[in-house]
Design a protein around this ligand. Sequence first.
Ligand SMILES: *Cc1c(COP(=O)(O)O)cnc(C)c1O
Length: 408
Amino acid sequence: MADQNFPLTGFSSLAIHGGHEQDPRYAHLTPIYATSTFVYDSAEQGMRRFSGKEDGYIYSRWGNPTMEEAADKIAAMESFGITDAGGRPITVKGYLQASGMAAVNTLFMSTLKTGDKILSHYSLYGGSQEFMDKLLPEFGISVVIADLRDLDKAAAALKADPAIKMVYLETPANPTLQCVDIEALTKLGKQYGKIVACDNTFATPYLQQPFRFGVDFVIHSTTKFLNGHGTSIGGIVLGRDVEFMNAWAYKVHKLLGGNSNPFDAFLLINGMKTLEVRMERHCHNAMEVAGFLEGHAAVAKVNYTGLPSHPDYYISSKQMRHPGAMLSIELKGGIQAGIDMMNSLKMCTRTVSLGTCDTLMCHPASMTHYSVPKAQREQYGITDGLIRISVGMENIQDIIADMDQALK
Ligand SMILES: *Cc1c(COP(=O)(O)O)cnc(C)c1O
C-alpha cells in the first residue's frame, strides 16, 4: 500500500497500488493464498475472531487475503475521486465472486424478497435477462421491462407499480450498446425510494463510475476488461452503504458460497494494474475501427456510441470518459456475409466474450443466438448480418487490414 499520508491523484497509481498491503513475509506481490482455512494461536484468539472482536481470516469462503486485495482494488477504483454531499471521499465495499452471474445472484438475494419487482431495460446481458425471466419468478420476484432511454416511460412504470423495489441498469448494454442515463434514472429511482444497481462491466471504472451518480450497488463481470487477458471467470458486487455490506450483504455472500478463489484473484489483481493504459489503447483503436467500417461498402450500419450517428452518443459522452471498446456492425449481405466474414479472418479471433488484448469477433446469428428464432432475436436487435467486435490492442493497421480483407 502506498503511504496513507500520500494521496494518490492518478487512476493508474490507484490501479497499481490500491488495495495492496505489505505481505508479512515481504513478498513483493500478494501471494496466492491457496488455503481453505486459517489458524489461531489459542482458543481465546479463535473466540475473538469468530465474535468479530479481532480482525483476522477464518475461512476462505468468508474472506482471503488475495481475494480481498482484488476486491479492495476495484472498490478503490469505483470510488476514486468521488465525494459525498459533505465533501468527504466516499468508501465502497465489495465481495469478489466466482463469476459475473454469481455477482448478479448475490446482489438480488441480498436486496430482494418474494413479491418484489425489478425495473429494467430490454437490452441486457443474456445471462442476466434469463436469470430475471426464468429463475427469479420461481422465487416470486418478477421484472418489469421498459425502454429506460425514455425517462417518461421509466417514471410511468415506477408510478404504476409500487412493488418495484430495484431499478437495474446496464450501460452500455449487451449486445446493442444502448446507453441509459445513469444520473437521471438514479435521481428518478431515488424520488420513488428505490434501490438503484448498475452493471458496469462494459465500461469499467476507468470509463464510468456509477457511484458518482448516486447508485447504491455496482456489479461487474471481472472476466472482461478488468481481468483484461481472458485468463479467468470472475465477478464482484459492490455497495456504497458500507454498514449494509459489512453486515447483511456479507452474510448473504458467505451463505450463497459464490466466492472467487485465490488463483483467479491473483490474475485479476495483476491484470487490473494496466487498466488505464489498456482502455486508452482499446478505445483509441475502437474509434479508428468504427470510422473505417462506417465508410465501408459492405457495411450497412455501425453501432458505436462514439459516432454522432448513434442515438446514445450524447448520453455516452456525458457519463463516460471514452465511448468504450465494443461495437457492432450490420453487414449488407445478411447471414451469409456474416459467416463469410468470420471464416475469412486471418488475425482477429472468432469467439464470444470481450475485453481481452486480441480483437474478438462473433456473429450472433450463427453462434450465440443460432437456436433463437429469427423473429425473437430481431426483437433484441440481433439481425442476420450483425457482427459484434471487442476491439483489441493490436496495432491498428493490422486490425483494419484484417477486417478489410475479410469483407472482400
Ligand atoms: C459477461 C457478462 C456478465 C456475466 O459474467 P460472467 O463472468 O460470464 O458470469 C454480466 N454482465 C455483463 C454485461 C457481461 O458482459
